[in-house]
Ligand binder design. Structure first.
Ligand code: ATP
Length: 331
């Protein structure tokens, strides 16, 4: 069991500067989430020892490992492109790290068997990577990383090359396996849905910095910046004028406490309730699985609402409706 700390770690490239401090708790799955080029992979590589920071320290369980080589750190790494040995079978791929470590043959057999069971690859031991689907190949990569019992598991976009259905299934599998093994894990993805589904906590990155760290729901409901709010899903961000403790956007009013004259109000589409009234007009709507997205107009401002599909009966194009914002934040 291990904690991972990045203490004032910096790394500069020509047009990029990474600056992170972060603590990953023992046994948790923390996701580095952010747009392409924000520094997720570089951060992961610094934890693995594949990249050395310009300044700052990397600590495993409080021990400074900054100058240690990757093989001295006992981390397991899973990459986006599986990186299996093509000329080795599933069994041989998984056994490889144990052979290198000169583990006795009987023990290798036992451990490989266990790993194969853990990732659900029974019966495929003698296949070669090219005879496997992408999802199966990634299971091999995961088993290969875990079989040597690393202290820390690092996963860099492990699901990006897979199609949607396989991605969802393997996402749940990775979560199950991670919990079962109880291994401290850092997971990199640019996909906010994946991050929300799989993480104990998310560190959302932007331009080489961590914008906010927290549990998925907390980040979703209480973003501290416009960037975090927008990155985690659809939302309405509207400028409001403040009068007598109320922020006003056309005929909509929000009770807030601020001394500013202007604020930005942010609310998620599912927090817009639609009922009887005439404050808003339905401009358009779209059906998505189980839900309906409704484009509303309030005093020339467009507002996006998202409602359970059952409510579609209330929604007709051009109809006047009443709306209520059930939850909002001031950004
Ligand atoms: P992606 O999701 O696209 O992989 P990322 O968030 O993982 O993005 P990084 O791969 O960490 O981002 O890259 C961060 C920035 O550092 C990018 O601008 C990248 O071009 C740059 N960079 C990374 N490695 C090097 C390198 N070895 N030399 C020069 N620039 C680099």
């Amino acid at each position: 069991m291990v904690t991972v700390e990045l203490e004032n770690v910096t790394k500069s490239f020509e047009n990029f500067r990474l600056e992170v401090s972060l603590k990953v708790k023992d046994g948790e799955l923390l996701t580095l989430l952010g747009p392409s080029g924000c520094g997720k992979t570089t951060t992961l590589r610094i934890i693995a020892g594949l990249e050395s920071p310009d300044s700052g320290r990397v600590l495993f369980d409080g021990d400074d490992v900054t100058s240690k080589k990757p093989y001295e750190r006992n981390v397991g790494f899973v990459f986006q492109d599986y990186a299996l040995f093509p000329h080795m079978t599933v069994y041989e791929n998984i056994a490889f790290g144990l052979k290198v470590r000169k583990i006795p043959r009987g023990e290798i057999e036992r451990k490989v068997k266990e790993a194969i069971k853990l990732v659900g690859l029974e019966g495929l031991e003698n296949r070669y990577p090219e005879q496997l689907s992408g999802g199966q190949q990634q299971r091999v990569a995961l088993a290969r990383a875990l079989v040597v019992e690393p202290d820390i598991l690092l996963l860099d976009e492990p699901l990006s090359n897979l199609d949607a259905r396989v991605r969802e299934r393997l996402r749940r599998e990775i979560r199950r396996i991670q919990r079962e093994v109880g291994i401290t894990t850092v997971y990199v993805t640019h996909d906010q849905v994946e991050a929300m589904a799989i993480s104990d906590r998310i560190a959302l990155m932007n331009f080489g910095k961590i914008e906010q760290v927290g549990e998925p729901l907390d980040l979703y409901l209480n973003p501290k910046s416009e960037f975090v709010a927008r990155f985690l899903g659809d939302g309405n961000l509207l400028e409001a004028r403040v009068h007598d403790g109320k922020a006003k956007i056309g005929s909509l009013e929000f009770n807030i406490s601020t001394s500013s004259k202007k604020v930005k109000i942010f609310f998620r589409p599912e927090h817009v309730e639609i009922g009887e009234g005439d404050a808003a007009r339905v401009v358009d709507y779209e059906i998505i699985p189980g839900r309906v997205k409704v484009y509303l107009e309030v005093d020339n401002i467009t507002i996006l609402a998202e409602r359970p599909l059952e409510e579609i009966e209330k929604i007709r194009k051009g109809a006047k409706v009443g709306i209520k914002i059930r939850r909002f934040i001031v950004l």
